[in-house]
Design a protein around this ligand. Structure first.
Ligand SMILES: Nc1ncnc2c1ncn2[C@@H]1O[C@H](COP(=O)(O)OP(=O)(O)OP(=O)(O)O)[C@@H](O)[C@H]1O
Ligand SMILES: [Mg+2]
Length: 240
């Protein structure tokens, strides 16, 4: 059964888009039919992280306004037949869709794909409500800092009120040395702040950052501890 996974955060820049692109790439490598939907309305990023920016002609607002079909608006990944991207609009004012329209879009995508990964906006705002309507599961991304965790907790509670049934979180950009120093929240503290299950921890690693900025998710670059970690996270996510 296909699922819509929504990637959210309280603070911006914590790694939602990098996480979404690598998770999508991990499932695509397994042969699943995957679509990445960029719903960070007005702030398109995912196309760059996937190296597809020159192929985007239409966007999600064009689909919701019925200017083009979903099929025409989606861009297929260069590397995998079964991996697609639906880019967000660059113009916030162009986006007029209502939550029920977005839900209907996700439902149409369910008919074609095994997994729909939605890259959401940061923060608690109207965009969050619109983009999260009709999703099955939310993954909050936070960095190991008190402000990031508190904001992720707020978003998690908001998504619960919006009716998102299953909610988990990822701690990204973890530096083991800092963590051991005791000056950043420990895993115990993090799990006490967040009220939902921990899906995984991703280390801070320059290679993740460099790969994303070269338009190639790190998991596409062969076996590494990062790829193995993403595979474990992908396995666990299926369990929710
Ligand atoms: N685990 C990591 N290790 C190193 N760098 C990372 C890691 N995760 C993300 N980054 C880098 O952090 C920056 C922000 O990542 P990203 O764009 O995915 O965040 P975001 O939460 O989607 O931001 P926004 O809220 O603006 O949409 C990028 O430069 C990215 O390459
Ligand atoms: Mg982003």
């Amino acid at each position: 059964m296909s699922r819509v996974v929504f990637v959210a955060s309280g603070k911006g820049g914590v790694g939602k888009s990098v996480f979404a692109s690598n998770l999508g790439a991990t499932y695509a490598e397994r042969g699943l039919k995957v679509v990445l939907v960029d719903m960070n309305i007005g702030l398109r990023n995912l196309d760059i992280y996937m190296g597809l920016e020159n192929k985007v002609i239409f966007d999600v607002a064009d689909v919701l306004d019925q200017v083009v079909s979903i099929k025409k608006a989606m861009v297929r990944d260069r590397r995998f037949q079964n991996l697609y991207l639906l880019a967000t609009t660059q113009k916030r004012e162009k986006f007029k869709a209502k939550p029920e329209d977005v839900k209907s879009l996700y439902d149409q995508l369910r008919e074609r794909f095994d997994i729909i990964i939605v890259d959401g906006p940061a923060g608690v705002n109207e965009e969050l409500r619109i983009a999260s309507t009709g999703v099955d599961l939310a993954v909050m991304v936070a960095t190991p800092e008190y402000v990031s965790l508190r904001d992720a907790d707020m978003v998690e509670q908001t998504l619960r009120r919006f009716g998102v049934k299953d909610r988990v979180y990822i701690v990204n950009k973890v530096n083991k040395v800092f963590l051991a120093s005791g000056r950043l929240p420990s895993v115990e503290t993090i799990t006490s702040i967040m009220k939902v299950p921990l899906l995984g921890i991703i280390q801070y690693d320059d290679s993740i950052h460099l790969a994303a900025n070269c338009g190639s998710p790190i998991v596409f670059q062969g076996d590494s501890y990062i790829t193995r970690n993403f595979n474990k996270i992908a396995d666990r996510l299926i369990g929710y």
